[in-house]
Design a protein around this ligand. Structure first.
Ligand code: SF4
Length: 271
């Protein structure tokens, strides 16, 4: 298969099964990327196909649910050998990728939203204690941190990752988070939970992308206050009118703001 290919994942194994069946029935070419057993709690097989085959598949079976589509890129990272993880941990359990798409400001990277069977709520204060650069909002129950250039946000029942290289990198990142969560939870008797709200990134990362004029049109006295409210999920990025109104004086910042908010899982707010 050449370039110009698309990759998709599925929120559930049944949807993958339906897609494979239809592709085989219409005799379309595709490739399947199977995660190794070591990633079995965070990944389902992905499919790679041409745009033309995608069109035929969606026409033949319009009800199949895909996580999303991204340009296919060869995986730089290799998957680990080894057996599947032993049992599902209490906090994380299993992840299913519900949303997959390109990063808004960097289309060479991907973003994904994974829903969890487990509940990260109880482990977040412990993770806040062990991840030095994490930012935690106890009221919104969100923990955000950077892992290299990847932006990660942990919620009780979902995880968002922005700027992953490609799907295998996304799977590996999810698996690292899973291991960190379970390891931290298992060792919690030795950890002092932290409810500290650090005014470090990512709130500052949002702030850096705002107009920084402190005009007050968002209802906050300063851009920094607005960034903090955004990060805790208490405001909507669209309230920064200089960026989001038609012909706004700072509309050039729009993509970068959407990108950083998406990376923190703040896409649900009205933009
Ligand atoms: S509307 Fe935008 S530019 Fe004005 S204070 Fe709020 S965040 Fe800053």
């Amino acid at each position: 298969m050449g370039s110009n290919l698309l990759l998709t994942t599925f929120p559930a194994r049944e949807e993958l099964g339906k897609a494979v069946k239809v592709l085989d029935a219409i005799g379309a070419a595709y490739e399947r990327i199977d995660p190794r057993p070591a990633l079995s709690l965070v990944a389902l097989p992905a499919l790679v196909m041409s745009r033309e085959v995608r069109g035929r598949l969606e026409t033949a079976a319009p009800t199949i649910v895909f996580s999303g589509w991204v340009d296919y890129r060869f995986a730089g990272a290799s998957m680990p050998d080894g057996a599947a993880p032993e049992g599902e941990g209490a906090c994380f359990r299993q992840a299913a990728i519900m949303v997959l798409g390109p990063c808004v400001a960097d289309e060479t990277k991907i973003r994904l939203i994974a829903h969890l069977k487990g509940d990260l709520g109880p482990v977040l204060p412990y993770l806040n204690a062990v991840i030095p650069q994490a930012s935690y909002s106890p009221t919104a129950e969100i923990l955000t941190f950077m892992e290299g250039y990847r932006m990660i946000a942990l919620y009780r029942h979902r995880i968002t990752i922005a700027k992953a290289d490609e799907i295998v990198d996304g799977w590996l990142t999810l698996e690292r988070i899973r291991c960190l969560v379970e390891h931290t939870w298992a060792g919690r008797s030795q950890i002092e939970p932290s409810f500290e709200i650090r005014k470090r990134p990512p709130a500052l990362e949002i702030f850096k992308r705002l107009p920084r004029t402190n005009c007050g049109r968002c209802g906050e006295p300063t851009c920094l206050a607005f960034a903090m409210r955004l990060w805790t999920g208490e405001s909507s990025v669209g309230r920064c009118l200089p960026v989001f109104e038609e012909g706004g004086a700072a509309s050039h910042l729009k993509e970068a703001l959407i990108e950083i908010c998406a990376g923190m899982g703040l896409t649900a707010v009205n933009q």
